[in-house]
Design a protein around this ligand. Structure first.
Ligand code: DON
Length: 572
């Protein structure tokens, strides 16, 4: 029996958790029996629950929120980027949609090296060459066509309204846009979108109208994928490429396809884990790390205890070493997925963990695995409807605001996802991640990702739907939320709110959230041989879950996201 007829919204005051710094002190939690959508933007979350109100399902809701996010959260919501969606329908159907960007046909291995053979971050991150062929429009449309109940007009209407009528800029977005004036001055399209007509910066509360983006969205509403990948929008993208010596061609756009992939399936202490396969490393690493952690009693070790953190770090170190060598686009490289997520491999991998002392990352290399036969900014949204359909969706332009280049006349930003390839072995990318052959640049290949949209199922219910931005820290953020719920018995809100830490093999250091952990714990970790570094916040995990008698949505208190719950039964 569900207790609440009406949605209740409350701000959980976690002041009693002395562990948390002020930045982590509140979570926006909503509970509803009719469905929830949680994302980084209030406009987008509400666009999602509007679909539920119109009788749509969680897929309609996520697609509407995804399009709206491209309008209201330009830092990572996008049409010019890519993403991964994990869908679990109430009938048990589980599938993932890979709409990751692809290297253009004209891309080549050394394209980000300068004349001296050195990696050139300006080229890889802020030039027209930085963009892969965008996948988001195709992804949202394909998933909607396969699983949605409402029309394309319905799921796009709020995004189009927000772009054409405008919305009042919230303080954080206004601040982000104003802080990047130099970036906007570089190209005509960016200046037109992100600066006022007189060249000054937008401020909080300004009405932000995006007429070119509205037109692009209307072309998609009218012609479906052809409204983006052919005709006027495609021509505008190619014209933008020509202006900046970029590589994306009309043929690249026309040939772009999303890929339906079987999810990575794992189990952890009786819970079913459903996550994203390559070209994301997220699902493989998550399941691999959970397999290793299953051999330890984290519950009795306790949350935020030095031994728990040490154990998790040692597991993370080993998994990220495997990532650097074995993970890449499976369509181009034989990724040993089944070996990596095999519980027997996990047992062999933890043999050299010393529970009293850190292992140096220099002593850890990727596990030897047989080659199989052929076989700061991203954003995460989660939704569950009253039937129990669930969607975890992570989407990105890579860096905040991608390459910073807006397609002139089309009003959307281009990604700089090409930097997620390994441009030069041994040289880390912007997230400090190393890579090799498996993730080298090749035409039409998809660059390796860490995005980890994940659904955890118990007794046929989606008890946790989660994911996060944060580059390399995405996978360990999701890992901690899963462990917090399953091992430490936390509520979804607590699991999302509690402080986070991260280790990625190289650099050989634990990053902890500032003010998140006791100094005594840090000292214990140092005495075990760990180096500790600090960061203000790790991740932004907008999470949902089926909890006993209601559906819970939580927006991560580290950012200004919003959890929206449907307050009354839908009008079917
Ligand atoms: O796909 C990836 O792993 C990266 N492009 C994600 C980038 C990201 O999360 C940046 N946000 N903080």
């Amino acid at each position: 029996m569900r207790l609440d007829r009406l949605t209740t919204r409350f701000y959980c005051l976690l002041a009693s958790l002395a562990l948390l710094s002020a930045a982590h002190s509140t979570a926006n939690e909503v509970s509803s029996e009719y469905g929830v959508v949680t994302s980084r933007s209030e406009f987008a979350s509400k666009a999602g629950t509007q679909m539920l109100a119109q009788g749509g399902n969680a897929v309609d809701a996520i697609v509407a929120a995804g399009f709206a996010l491209a309008v209201t959260y330009p830092s990572a919501g996008n049409l010019g980027g890519g993403g991964f969606m994990v869908v679990r329908m109430a009938d048990g159907t589980t599938v993932t949609n890979d709409h990751r960007e692809m290297a253009p046909l004209a891309a080549y291995r050394d394209m980000f090296l300068d004349d001296d053979g050195e990696y050139d971050p300006a080229k890889a991150l802020r030039s027209h060459l930085a963009s892969g062929v965008p996948g988001s429009a195709a992804g949202l449309l394909d998933v909607h066509e396969r699983f949605g109940k409402l029309t394309r007009e319905q799921v796009m209407s709020e995004a189009i309204r927000l772009a054409s009528e405008g919305f009042q800029l919230p303080s954080d977005i206004a601040r982000q846009i104003a802080g990047r004036k130099d970036l906007w001055l570089r190209t005509i399209g960016s200046r037109a979108k992100f600066l006022r007509d007189d060249g000054s910066s937008f401020e909080e509360g300004d009405l932000f109208v995006q007429p070119d983006l509205a037109q692009t969205l209307m072309r998609i509403r009218e012609y479906g994928r052809d409204g983006f990948y052919k005709g006027k929008t495609a021509e505008l993208v190619v014209a933008e490429m020509k202006r900046g010596n970029g590589l994306i061609s009309l043929k690249d756009l026309e040939d772009y396809e999303t890929v339906w992939r079987d999810p990575i399936n794992g189990s952890y202490r009786g819970f079913e884990i459903i996550s994203m396969p390559p070209p994301s490393s997220g699902g493989v690493l998550l399941v691999q790390m959970l397999n290793m952690l299953e051999r330890f009693d984290l519950n009795s070790m306790g949350f935020a205890n030095a031994l728990t953190m040490h154990t998790m770090v040692e597991v993370e170190r080993r998994a990220y070493a495997d990532r650097a060598v074995h993970l890449g686009d499976m369509d181009f490289y034989p990724v040993p997925v089944s070996s990596l997520i095999d519980k027997k491999y996990a047992v062999s991998r933890i043999q050299d963990i010393n529970l009293e002392k850190s292992t140096s990352s220099l002593e850890i290399s990727a596990g030897e695995l047989p080659t199989p036969e052929e076989s700061e900014e991203t954003t995460h949204l989660s939704a569950i409807d009253s039937d129990g359909n669930a969607v975890a969706y992570t989407t990105t332009l890579n860096s905040g605001y991608g390459s910073g280049i807006v397609v002139e006349g089309a009003g959307f930003l281009l990604n700089n996802e090409m930097d997620d390839f390994s441009s030069k072995p041994g040289v880390p990318n912007q997230f400090g991640l190393l890579g090799a052959e498996a993730n080298a640049i090749e035409p039409r290949k998809r660059m390796l990702s860490s995005m980890t949209p994940t659904i955890v199922v118990s007794e046929n219910r989606p008890v946790l739907v989660t994911g996060s931005p944060g580059g390399s820290t995405i996978i360990t953020t999701v890992l901690q939320i899963v462990v917090n719920v399953i091992d430490h018995g936390m509520s979804i809100s607590e699991a999302v709110t509690h402080p986070r830490f991260h280790h990625q093999w190289m650099p050989d250091a634990i990053t902890v959230e500032t003010g998140g952990f006791e100094e005594e714990t840090a000292d214990q970790l140092r005495s075990m041989g760990h180096e500790i570094r600090e960061r203000r916040a790790i991740g932004d995990a907008n999470t949902a879950g089926w909890s006993e008698d209601s559906i819970i949505g939580v927006s991560d208190p580290r950012n200004q996201g919003f959890a929206s719950g449907l307050e009354a039964p839908p009008n079917n």
